[in-house]
Design a protein around this ligand. Sequence first.
Ligand code: GLC
Length: 714
Amino acid sequence: MSRIDELLSQMTLAEKVGQLNLVTAGQAVTGPARSGDMIENIRAGNVGGVFNLWGKDNVARLQQCAIEESRLGAPLFFGLDVLHGHRTIFPAPLAEAGAFDPALWEETARIAAREAAADGIDLTFAPMLDISRDPRWGRIVEGPGEDPLVGALFARAKVRGFQGADLSASSAIGATAKHFCAGGAALAGRDYAAVDLSEREVRETYLPPFAAAVAAGCVAIMPAFNSLAGIPMTAHVALLRDYLRNELGFEGVIVSDYTAIMELIEHGVAADAVEAAALALRAGVDMDMVSGAYLRLPEAVSRGLAREADIDAAVRRVLRLKEKLGLFDDPHRRLKAVADAPDALRERARDAARRSAVLLTNDGVLPLPTHIRRLAAVGPLADARFDMLGPWCAAGESDNCVSILDGLRAALPHCEITHHQGVAIAGDDTSSIAAARALCAQSEAVLLCVGESAGMSGEAASRARPGLPGRQRDLAEAVLSAGVPVAMVLSSGRPLMVSDLVARAQATLASWWLGDMAGHAIADILTGRFNPTARLALTWPRAVGQIPIHYAARSSGRPPDPDNPFTSKYLDLPVEPLFHFGHGLSYAHVALSRLRPSADAIVFGAHVVVEVDATNEGAHPTEETIFLFLRDIVASVARPQMELKRFAKVCLAPGETKTVRFTLDDACFRYLDAALMPRLEDGAFEILAALSADRRTALTTIVTARHAAISDNA
Ligand code: GLC
């Protein structure tokens, strides 16, 4: 009999459901409810895992209690939301996705895992893999943006980074793919709201990142709070059991989100806690985060609503997770891990941050001239520190964070940099705007540092009017009218609706939340020490009215035509976004030429190589991201106007031309047919090589693809 079966056979029903109970220790507050007396519950065998606690002593004390003072001595696991760093904070996921660099994504997860493990963490509730096309939704900052391919690559990189090659290693932590699924399409962008999508949209857009996470071996999955087509994800049998368990073969733990099981009552699908617990268990949810509903499972069994066999299956999965984490062999293994030297990690954090900030516009005001002597740094984000960490910053501390002002002063020691906040991030006071404007008028250039506070994005942070908060717009307009060149730095957790301000500023940098080294990274870009390379991982709308907006939309029977009134467009705004998916400037200028597939007629089963030349026509060396999109011109169902299939980076010296090579396989051409079955269909395909999803930057060619005919082999 295995160790797990042995332990299970000794457990009472109460001890079994105790293993399914995940409680919060409250060192971080990430939800509306608290857990009861933890020590007593651990001793009584009512706790299987603890989260929101870190630090060797804190963790050791509770683990010791579980091992020595509970009847069976089953070890606990310790969880935390380590999304973009633990003590060393890296760029928020939406920013880092813009690096379009799986190796970087994996590296920062690896570093975070080592730091978190050294603090006693066994499992992170990350990566967050919610695709979203709605900047009103505050959690868009936590995910990989709008594209399912990027989401899938991000998922794979993060799971590999967190879990490493050996999950029982003291420097590895388990990964939890979350939130399964489609919360990013919440009604009106409002967090936790209902989601209504076609099964096609769910399978084409929202599931691929989770399939990638499962393929990469993630040990846990967290269902989303929302309902999908009327079924709360926490009780979604078709997606949790049929898809995750049976179709993908996921054998890990499904852990509910915070009080989500009890929330089945609010969803209107359970009359009480016992029914809620039975529904979630039947759907395959193994652990109950904080709600306490699973402690009522014995009643569900006695009322014939739940089977003890399902409880046993859930307990086995939880115990197997602990075994994989090495906790049966050595419950304190991670407490022995030694964290890396912070200074070395800060250099990595600086590099990750530089590679995640997107230069949106630049009329040449950037990079700042080295001889600049009087610079004004104006706005409430100029000296912000904690905000630069963004939401979900785990054990990060503002004292470790370099503000934009800090970074500028370090980068330009001979420049007189005068700071004026102008206005607060939020609030109504405009009394200092005039003084701020006067300061600008005496400067050679202005850095206008505006945006959100970290708390304005992340969970429960949807914004119906996602523009500049407070009276920052008044400040911006005053600064932009001072007659001095303005570089605007937007720090936010979402694309902000600031198209008129972007049009007036001489340059705009989207810095998102860059983490500990934000200030140095932004200064490196502004001074030209680092050539900006990041691209947008999502579409940037002109206005809220365009939302939801994304590049891979299906066409209309009447596609937009400004010269034809009877076509799909707005009377009061262009249909084009402010910035396309993949947009981002460098200090060079790259042109594409000579797009050439290895064959114009492709036979499925054979790979096709697509080459394109990239030339740096600028005076700065650069690293460019080249995107390869595909359009299935005619298919049995309407296909997106373009879909990202590959991306690659190319480094180019001034004047240099290099050939970028992509290999396409059948998976690139396959799609879900009318019956939602994967299908390869003969026909013509448009291949686009581009610098973003803006077709105006694309080179295109048409290839035909078909199944091999018998005659082919004759
Ligand atoms: C929160 C979040 C989830 C997080 C969990 C634990 O409500 O929805 O992403 O992992 O609680 O903190």
